[in-house]
Design a protein around this ligand. Structure first.
Ligand SMILES: Nc1ncnc2c1ncn2[C@@H]1O[C@H](COP(=O)(O)OP(=O)(O)OP(=O)(O)O)[C@@H](O)[C@H]1O
Length: 252
């Protein structure tokens, strides 16, 4: 077998402690270009903590590598600039800005903080049309406000906003929360297309149809530890995963 290229994102021994709680316990994980990798597990297993640690929002020990470069000593804003993009679990969009303006907030860096609102608006109004809107099929909504869109399309705007600017890896934290089955399927297809065009994506979600149907590989966390890793088929039949998380409903 030919050797695989280096992963775009790799963690080694990533550990986060909150007081007496070990929220991430020596997590080794890899995401390659063109892959959607799932991260699943029960409530409180440490999934959001992992994203916080990788992106520099939680103090951690261990190694974080992005595109061959070690980034764990960098503050969050430098990791973002190095190419780590994330969505937030409660990823509200700016309701009084258009879709294009929502993207411009990120693309201009620094967000609204420190920038007078009218200055920001003048700049955002001149913002070039971001090609990511075309890629995600959102071009026709560019000048609408998020609340004029369906929840499914709002979620896509959240992804587009995370992608605005250059990024190597996209970390999606519960992007499908609140979507109905149909919207979730469409969302999964979009995530899959992004990976097929070369993105590297880490997907956290409790919607097992979405995760099992979209991911190339899945890591399962329980009490901060990786208890299993494999293809969707391997993971859904793993007795430890069924016992800790999946239960009988997705087992054969
Ligand atoms: N800022 C914090 N301070 C203290 N403890 C925290 C903090 N953030 C998370 N924890 C604890 O760390 C553990 C992991 O939480 P985390 O939110 O990462 O889990 P999760 O897998 O994302 O859960 P969910 O599926 O409910 O979103 C939990 O025990 C949680 O209570």
């Amino acid at each position: 077998m030919s050797s695989q290229p280096d992963p775009v994102l790799r963690t080694r021994g990533l550990t986060v402690r909150y007081g007496g709680v070990t929220a991430n316990d020596s997590v080794d994980l890899e995401v390659h270009r063109g892959q959607v990798v799932g991260l699943i597990g029960p409530n409180g297993a440490g999934k959001t903590t992992y994203v916080d640690a990788v992106t520099g929002f939680a103090r951690s020990s261990g190694e974080v590598w992005l595109a061959g470069r070690r980034i764990d000593a960098m503050p969050a804003h430098r990791r973002r600039r190095a190419g780590l993009a994330r969505t937030w679990q409660a990823g509200e969009l700016f309701g009084d800005l258009s879709v294009t303006e929502n993207l411009a907030v990120v693309a201009q860096g620094g967000g609204l903080r420190g920038l007078a609102a009218d200055t920001f608006r003048r700049r955002a109004a001149r913002a070039p049309h971001d090609p990511v809107l075309d890629e995600l099929g959102l071009a026709e909504d560019a000048h609408r406000r998020p609340d004029a869109l369906s929840l499914g399309r709002q979620k896509l705007v959240g992804v587009a906003r995370a992608l605005a600017g250059e990024s190597h890896v996209l970390l999606l934290d519960e992007p499908a929360a609140g979507l109905d089955t149909h919207e979730s399927l469409a969302f999964g297809a979009e995530v899959r297309r992004m990976a097929d065009r070369g993105s590297a994506i880490l997907l956290i979600d409790h919607d097992m149809n979405l995760v099992l149907g979209t991911c190339d590989r899945i890591y399962v966390l329980d009490f901060g530890r990786v208890i299993a890793c494999g293809t969707p088929d391997e993971v859904r039949h793993d007795p430890a995963v069924v016992a800790a998380y999946l239960g009988a409903e997705v087992a054969p």
